[in-house]
Design a protein around this ligand. Structure first.
Ligand SMILES: [Zn+2]
Length: 257
């Protein structure tokens, strides 16, 4: 491991509690929001009529499809530098390949949600196959996190690949008390573009929306590249980062996980 990687790892482990942030002028995490499947089973205006109760200029940062160590570690370093916490929706297959990176994300205080085992189009496969994609993904994430293979997620947050779901799949997750996260806006970082273009696009969309759940992909190099500048933009434009945790998680637990 290079010195830079060691330093990044150490920074990642450090608490990102705003009060304990080593940099006084950092963006910081402004508050923790508990999300309960009983009251908000589905959130995100791109897919659903309702979203999280965010105030103007509040954002929730979410990253899908990791972990992918080369870029995920850069995203973690940028988040740690500004003392902000995010949510990572992991692909189970990737979690099983990189369990140390999964543990590192969790140790840095971020929330870990689930994003299936192999990222299929969930509305185009039989229900049984979809159910097994959900369960196998959760089990792989939990194995990476805690060494236990269970289909009961320690954090009951799930996001569908491509935001594609059937009603039966949505009902299944609701019956299991798992919150389905959509997004309110995204960086379109799956499209070919330069980091500068991505930064311009996502900041313009955020300025227009004023708040919301933002979707990025941490395996994308352009997203890892813009994260320091994007967080600086948030700080300089009065945005505040909200950290989402499952209902029943006390702030103390959220801070020391
Ligand atoms: Zn995805």
């Amino acid at each position: 491991m290079s010195l830079a990687a060691v330093l990044a790892a150490l920074t990642g482990i450090a608490s990102t509690d705003a009060a304990e942030c080593p940099r006084k002028d950092a963006l910081g995490t402004s508050r923790i929001l508990s999300v309960d499947a009983k009251t908000t089973p589905r959130v995100g205006l791109k897919s659903f009529p309702q979203t999280l109760a965010l105030a103007d200029h509040e954002v929730v940062l979410t990253f899908d499809d990791g972990p992918h160590p080369p870029t995920t570690s850069k995203v973690l370093a940028a988040l740690a530098q500004e003392c902000v916490r995010a949510t990572f929706f992991l692909i189970g297959l990737h979690a099983s390949e990189h369990p140390d990176m999964v543990k590192r994300i969790a140790r840095a205080g971020h929330t870990i949600g689930h994003h299936t085992w192999s990222h299929p189009f969930m509305a185009r496969i039989p229900f049984d196959k979809a159910k097994s994609e959900i369960d196998r993904g959760i089990a792989a994430d939990e194995m990476a996190l805690h060494g236990t293979s269970t289909t009961t997620p320690s954090t009951p947050f799930f996001r569908f690949p491509y935001f594609e779901a059937t009603q039966a799949e949505l009902d299944l997750l609701q019956s299991r008390g798992i919150v389905v996260f959509g997004a309110d806006l995204w960086a379109s970082d799956w499209n070919e573009m330069t980091p500068e273009q991505e930064l311009k696009l996502v900041t313009e969309r955020l300025a227009a929306a004023g708040k919301g759940i933002i979707l990025f992909h941490d395996p994308k190099a352009r997203t890892a590249a813009i994260m320091p500048a994007f967080l600086r933009y948030l700080r300089e434009n009065g945005f505040r980062v909200v950290h989402v945790v499952p209902a029943g998680t006390s702030q103390k637990n959220a801070d020391t996980r």
